[in-house]
Ligand binder design. Structure first.
Ligand SMILES: CCC[C@@H]1NC[C@@H](O)[C@H](O)[C@H]1C(=O)O
Length: 600
């Protein structure tokens, strides 16, 4: 569990320099790098872009599919003007695990490929010189790690991942690396939680500093840079008269500035943008500022050609323009926390985010799709170790993202196997352990997969609202049989309706693989016409039940998956192609969403 997760910035007290660009890179097929002292020098390295997944740059399959240890190295100059500060390297994401060395000294390790971590290198750094930064990384999948899978050893001795999920195991330094410097006595973390009155808002804040010395003052400025509230102390209330509330697709942000001073000297300053809003679940309504909202959006992936899972500001900008064009107002960070820049986009654009940890593949049946076993995942002997990593990553996700107004809810699993009682103890522990992590007490949930229905799931008691992943018309009752698919879906929803459950239901996945440009009249599966027919079926069902409060088809865009006889170079359920151009269904769904008000 990380202590330092604040987003890096440069100001009169702090220094932040991105180390994006070409790093030295080398596979370590024999896992000999440590023994051969690669922490001092990578022998015969190649150049590798950062941020990027290494996989798709290569022209040979052994390199693209490489599984095991691999190394990065870069010489980093540290200016002498930073002397006396904490010097750190902040990694946005190292997928899936890394150990950091500086000038040959081991600094720290980190497990989890989708959340940041800070390596404090103060003790190892040489000022006004180049410093050798080296990472030893590994991208194997295991049942006791997130995301879940296996790593096989082929007869030729080469390793191969066997994911229990379908997105490609893109690996590497997928997000930016920053050289940062902060005062020894600095702001480590802050929280800001809003409550609303009659034309007034109160932002209750807390500030954590690395040392108890010094006094803290907090200022809040509006969009015209006018001070609207101030307070002193490491916790307190900022009272804002006539607040400009953050609303869905009508975002207003404030700048919160924290200063730490001693003897009239400024020790540290940290600023961030926050939104004044509340999130509540009221019966079967999801409410923002007490107003019901209807979620229109997507499951997504951080995925694009060339750099794989790398965060790419250009792709993110295009994705937001597409989502706005569609009339969307939300998305799920399926199936892992995204780069921080994504949440800042959503804060500015007024999008709601369901923030998800990579607790995906917790279902052996998924593995059986890939030739695995078919048993209850949570009966496995790996769950104790898995739980520790899972809780660690939920804790860090909430710690990192808790101050974003865009974050609506936390998704603690994607499609876990809850059709066996063996899941219940794990869920009881996880939901109990995470209840108090979010100062804003946002709802917690998980997606119920195809096999975990109203009748078969043993874990319906846990989520604050429901996310349903349902695939009639694609994975079963497909093609001409889709009418039975609709009937079956209605039968299940009738049970939800007849039950005493009074919580919102959001459809978080549904869709059909669609080959762009494939047309057939009458339709056939994989045709553009069929994708529209499937969406029309689901929309008829959504419009029949008032407790359905959101629709997020799978996926915004086509994305890369493992090879398989059910995949045509990736998952094609996108409403847009992988190069972000619309399929016919995008025009159909856009028309529907433009007619549905955000507060419907
Ligand atoms: C029936 C499971 C559907 C599955 N759900 C998780 C997503 O990550 C996959 O892409 C999606 C699919 O297979 O299209």
């Amino acid at each position: 569990m990380e202590q330092e997760l604040l987003y890096p910035l440069t100001n009169k007290c702090r220094f932040d320099q991105k180390l994006d660009g070409l790093w030295d890179f080398k596979f370590d097929r024999e896992s000999q790098g440590l023994a051969d002292n690669w922490t001092a020098k990578l022998p015969d390295p190649i150049k590798m872009p950062v941020p990027a997944s290494f996989n798709d740059f290569f022209t040979d399959k052994d390199s693209r599919e490489y599984t095991g240890d691999f190394w990065y190295a870069k010489r980093v100059f540290v200016p002498g003007s930073l002397r006396g500060k904490l010097i750190g390297l902040r990694f946005g994401a190292a997928t899936h695990r890394a150990t950091v060395y500086v000038n040959g000294q081991e600094i720290r390790s980190h497990e989890g490929g989708f959340l940041p971590f800070l390596a404090d290198i103060t003790s190892a750094v040489k000022f006004d010189e180049d410093n050798l930064v080296v990472l030893k990384m590994n991208n194997e999948l295991h049942r006791d790690a997130l995301p879940a899978g296996d790593t096989a050893v082929l007869k030729n001795g080469k390793k191969m991942v066997k994911p229990f999920f379908d997105f490609y195991n893109y690996s590497g330094l997928n997000r930016s690396v920053h050289l940062v410097a902060m005062p020894e006595n600095h702001v480590v973390d802050y929280t800001a939680v809003s409550s609303l009155g009659d034309d007034v808002a109160t932002v209750h804040y807390t500030v954590t500093t690395s040392q108890s010395a010094g006094s803290v003052s907090v200022t809040l400025r509006d969009e015209n840079d006018q001070i609207v509230a101030t307070s002193n102390g490491r916790s307190g209330d900022l009272v804002v008269q006539h607040p400009q509330l953050w609303n869905v697709r009508d975002a207003h942000l404030y700048t919160l500035t924290i200063q730490v001073t001693a003897n009239d000297q400024l020790l540290d300053e940290y600023s961030d943008e926050i939104g004044i809003r509340t999130i509540t679940i009221a019966g079967h309504q999801i409410e923002v500022n007490g107003q019901p909202v209807y979620l229109k959006g997507f499951g997504r992936h951080e995925d694009s050609i060339y750099a794989g899972r790398a965060f790419d500001l250009n792709v993110e900008k295009r994705d937001f323009e597409l989502m706005k064009w569609m009339g969307a107002n939300s998305f799920r960070t399926s199936h892992y926390p995204y780069d921080e820049e994504v949440y800042r986009f959503a804060d500015r654009e007024g999008f709601l985010i369901i923030d998800e940890v990579p607790a995906v593949g917790f279902k052996m049946a998924a593995a059986s799709f890939l030739g695995g076993l078919d048993q209850s995942f949570f009966a496995g002997d790996w769950t104790e170790e898995l739980y520790k990593k899972h809780l660690d990553q939920v804790t860090d996700m909430i710690h990192r993202d808790k101050n974003h107004p865009s974050v609506l809810a936390w998704s603690l699993f994607n499609e876990p196997d809850t059709s066996s009682k063996s899941a219940v103890p794990y869920f009881e522990k996880m939901f109990a352990a995470t209840k108090a992590l979010d100062p804003d007490q946002r709802p917690r949930t998980f997606t119920l997969n195809e096999d975990d229905t109203f009748d078969t799931s043993y874990c319906k008691q846990f989520p604050d609202f429901y996310l349903l992943n349902r695939y009639p018309g694609w994975y079963h009752k497909w093609g001409y049989e889709i009418s039975d698919g609709e009937a079956g879906l209605r039968e299940e929803l009738d049970k939800w309706a007849a039950s005493d459950i009074d919580k919102p239901v959001v459809f978080s996945e549904y869709g059909a693989d669609t080959q762009p440009g494939l047309h057939k009249l009458p339709s056939v599966m994989w045709s553009e016409e069929y994708q529209i027919e499937l969406l029309q079926m689901f929309n008829r069902v959504f419009d029949s039940y008032d407790f359905i409060r959101g629709e997020q088809p799978w996926n915004l865009a086509d994305f890369q998956t493992v090879e398989g006889n059910m995949r045509v170079n990736g998952n094609k359920k996108g409403l847009f192609t992988r190069d972000r151009q619309p399929k016919e269904a995008a025009f159909y769904l856009r028309q529907r969403w433009l007619d549905i008000d955000n507060n419907f």
